[in-house]
Design a protein around this ligand. Structure first.
Ligand SMILES: Nc1ncnc2c1ncn2[C@@H]1O[C@H](COP(=O)(O)OP(=O)(O)OP(=O)(O)O)[C@@H](O)[C@H]1O
Length: 265
């Protein structure tokens, strides 16, 4: 990894909220053109780490670099063009139409008080088509189901056309076919050089990514290739051996261990 170009990386990052310390000395360089999932038990600090990488929460010590430049040295608009964000349970104005929501992803490309250009409309349309949400473009966001809404918010992030895409629980509310579509979509973005970082609870989905960062109690326990047995052992360990990882029909799957580990023969 040392010779690879790093798109975004945390260097000795510690962070917290109020007086609560959440992340402790995390160093996580993420190579350009790779897809990394951040996984770990509830409360491990996954969302907090993603927010620090996005610059939405300041690091208390250490720093985050985006394409070799410290995050707070970037101009906000310039940074917003480089890095798109899809948060968990994102608030969005329910009376905006689906098309207007997707166009919000184009704000970093627009001049102050400038209306969206033809290029902005084309990018929003392409993003909505990619998530199969174009047919709803005139509908208010508030009238959509949870999964439909998620696909529109994903389109808003895609419309940015940023080289780095950070997503917190992007699969929330998506049905299995749309989860599979999302996997294929992200694969195609990564094939075109995009760097993707996603917090994923669904371990079998996380095992489809290139690399896995395993967090526990605010510390990075492991960072390695999704196919590496050492990564599988790290995952089983942070989940108290309550899951096991198997290869089934060419894919790695995490299965729940239904008996306590000591009872397994
Ligand atoms: N606003 C907040 N104020 C205080 N503590 C917080 C706040 N937000 C999160 N925390 C705490 O920080 C820790 C890490 O939270 P975080 O949301 O990053 O975990 P996570 O790994 O994403 O969890 P989950 O898998 O449950 O989504 C948790 O113990 C949580 O209770």
């Amino acid at each position: 990894m040392a010779t690879e170009k790093i798109a975004i990386g945390a260097d000795q990052v510690s962070a917290g909220i109020g007086k609560r310390s959440i992340l402790h000395g995390i160093t996580l360089p993420l190579a350009a053109g790779r897809w990394t999932s951040i996984v770990g038990p509830n409360g491990a600090g996954k969302s907090t780490l993603l927010k620090v990488l996005a610059g939405l929460l300041p690091a208390q010590t250490g720093q985050v670099q985006l394409f070799g430049r410290v995050l707070h040295d970037w101009q906000p608009r310039e940074r917003a063009r480089q890095m798109a964000w899809l948060g968990q349970n994102e608030a969005a104005a329910d009376d905006l139409t689906v098309l207007d929501v997707a166009l919000l992803g184009r704000l970093p490309h627009q001049g102050w008080l400038q209306p969206p250009s033809a290029a902005d409309h084309a990018a929003a349309e392409a993003a909505l088509r990619q998530t199969q949400a174009w047919a709803w473009r005139e509908r208010p966001l508030g009238q959509l189901s949870g999964g439909e809404r998620q696909r529109v918010l994903l389109a808003r992030a895609l419309a940015v056309n940023a080289p780095v895409l950070l997503m917190d629980e992007p699969l929330a509310n998506l049905d299995p076919p749309h989860q599979a579509d999302w996997l294929l979509l992200v694969r195609s973005l990564v094939a075109r050089g995009c760097t993707v970082v996603s917090v994923l609870h669904e371990l079998s989905m996380a095992l489809q990514t290139d690399d896995v960062a395993v967090l526990q109690d605010g510390r990075l326990q492991h960072h390695g290739a999704a196919r590496d047995p050492a990564t599988h052992r790290a995952l089983e360990a942070v989940f108290d051996q309550r899951i096991t990882i198997h290869r089934v029909q060419g894919q790695w799957l995490a299965l729940p261990r239904l008996h306590a580990p000591e009872a397994v023969v």
